[in-house]
Design a protein around this ligand. Structure first.
Ligand SMILES: *Cc1c(COP(=O)(O)O)cnc(C)c1O
Length: 374
C-alpha cells in the first residue's frame, strides 16, 4: 500500500496552535475591533520587527499590497513597470490596475527569479518601477536590480508574497527596495484564516501615504486628502497572524530540512533538476519545485500513487489570453516558457514527515524505471 501524501495539510499545521488561535479570535469578538484597529496595529508592529524594518501596513490581500504600493509610488496611466512573467497573475494585474503597462523580462535559469541582464532592453522613457518576484521563497538577485533602479531613477517594489522570512545576504526579503509586498493567503508560509496582506517599507512618507490610501484616502474620519480604496486588514486576520507569526521561523526551518532531504533523495535521478539555493539567499521553500521533461506523465504517475503535486505556473503571464493585447509571442521569453512546461511542485509544508518525503522520492524513482521519463 502507498502512503498518501497531500500537497498541503493546514489542519496538521493548526492543530497544535488551536487553543491559542481560538483565544485570539475570541478576544477580537469580545473587543469588536473587526476592521483595522488595535489587533491590526499589533500585527503591523510584530511583522515590521520580524522583517527588521520600520513600518508594516496591513491590507486586505497581497494583490492589494502590490496595487497600493504602485499607487503610493505615483505609478499610473502611461507608465511602464518591469516584472517577470513566471509569477502568479496578481503581480501583473496590480500593474494593470494602477493604469500602467507590464513589461516582462526573462528569469535566471537556476533561481527562476528576475534576470537583471534583461533590464536594459526592457527600459524605456516610460519605465517607472521594477517588481522583482521572490519566487518559491527565494529572493531575486537584488543588488544588480537595485543598482539599475538607482541609475535610472526607478522604484523597486518587491513581490515577497512567497518569501516570508527569506533572506538576501543578511537582510529580509521585502526590505531591500522601496516597498515589499506580502500575501497572507492561507497556503502561504504565513497564512491567515482568509484573505490578508501587508506592505513593509523603511520610507516614512511612503508608509504615511499607504495608510491613507488603504482607508479611502482618509487623513482623519470623513476627511479625505485623496481618493483611496477600502484595503484595510481584518482584526480577526491580524490576531490570527500575530499567533502564527511566532511559529513562522520553526516552520521555515522545517521546510528547509525537508528540502535538504528531497535534494539528497533525488540527487541520483539524472532526469530531475532539483531547486538551487543561490549563495546570496536563504530559501524558505514556499514551493519545492523540480524540473523534468515529461512533466504531465510524471504528475499522473505520482497522482495514481496517492501523491499530490502542483504546477507553478503552467502558462507564463505574457502568454495568458488576458494579456494577448500586450503583443508578446511564443519564444519571446525562452527560459520562462521552458520552465513553465517542466516544473512540478512537490508536497511541501512544515508537518511533512520523513516517510512522506521518502514516498515521494520513491514515486519519482518509480517513474524513472517505469520509463515515464525519456
Ligand atoms: C499569492 C501571491 C500574490 C497575491 O496574493 P493574494 O494575497 O492572493 O492577493 C501575488 N504574488 C505572488 C507571487 C503570489 O504568490
Amino acid at each position: 500500500m502507498h502512503i498518501r501524501v497531500p500537497f498541503l495539510d493546514l489542519n496538521a499545521h493548526h492543530a497544535p496552535l488551536r487553543s491559542e488561535l481560538d483565544r485570539a479570535i475570541r478576544e477580537v469578538i469580545d473587543s469588536g475591533a473587526f476592521a483595522g484597529g488595535p489587533f491590526v496595529e499589533k500585527f503591523e508592529a510584530d511583522f515590521a520587527s520580524y522583517c527588521g524594518c520600520r513600518y508594516a501596513i496591513g491590507v486586505g490581500s497581497g494583490t492589494e499590497a502590490l496595487w497600493l504600493s504602485l499607487l503610493a509610488c505615483g505609478v499610473g496611466a502611461g507608465d511602464e513597470v518591469i516584472t517577470v512573467s513566471n509569477t502568479f497573475m496578481a503581480t501583473a494585474e496590480a500593474i494593470t490596475y494602477s493604469g500602467a503597462r507590464p513589461v516582462f523580462v526573462d528569469v535566471n535559469e537556476a533561481t527562476y527569479t528576475m534576470d537583471p541582464a534583461g533590464l536594459e532592453e526592457a527600459l524605456s522613457p516610460r519605465t517607472k518601477a521594477i517588481i522583482p518576484v521572490h519566487l518559491f521563497g527565494q529572493p531575486a538577485d537584488m543588488d544588480p536590480i537595485l543598482e539599475f533602479a538607482r541609475n535610472h531613477n526607478l522604484f523597486v517594489i518587491e513581490d515577497a508574497a512567497q518569501a516570508h522570512g527569506s533572506k538576501y545576504g543578511g537582510r529580509s526579503a521585502g526590505t531591500l527596495g522601496d516597498a515589499g509586498c506580502f500575501s497572507f493567503y492561507p497556503s502561504k508560509n504565513l497564512g491567515a484564516f482568509g484573505e490578508a496582506g501587508a506592505i513593509v517599507t523603511n520610507n516614512p512618507r511612503l508608509q504615511e501615504k499607504l495608510r491613507v490610501l488603504r482607508d479611502h484616502g482618509q487623513v482623519r474620519k470623513y476627511h479625505h486628502s485623496m481618493v483611496g480604496w477600502n484595503c484595510r486588514m481584518d482584526g480577526i486576520q491580524a490576531a490570527v497572524l500575530s499567533v502564527k507569526l511566532r511559529h513562522l521561523e520553526s516552520g521555515n526551518s522545517r521546510r528547509r530540512a525537508h528540502a535538504l532531504q528531497y535534494n539528497q533523495a533525488l540527487e541520483e535521478i539524472e532526469e530531475i533538476v532539483t531547486p538551487s539555493e543561490a549563495l546570496y539567499s536563504r530559501h524558505v521553500y514556499h514551493v519545492y519545485a523540480i524540473r523534468v521533461e515529461e512533466r504531465d506523465e510524471i504528475i499522473s504517475f505520482l497522482n495514481e500513487r496517492g501523491i499530490q503535486c502542483g504546477v507553478h505556473y503552467p502558462v507564463p503571464i505574457h502568454l495568458q489570453t488576458a494579456y494577448q493585447a500586450l503583443g508578446y509571442k511564443t519564444g519571446s521569453l525562452p527560459v520562462s516558457e521552458r520552465i513553465a512546461s517542466e516544473l512540478i511542485s512537490l508536497p511541501m509544508f512544515p508537518e511533512l514527515t520523513e516517510a512522506q518525503i521518502a514516498a515521494v522520492a520513491l514515486g519519482l524513482r518509480g517513474a524513472t524505471t517505469a520509463g515515464v521519463m525519456a
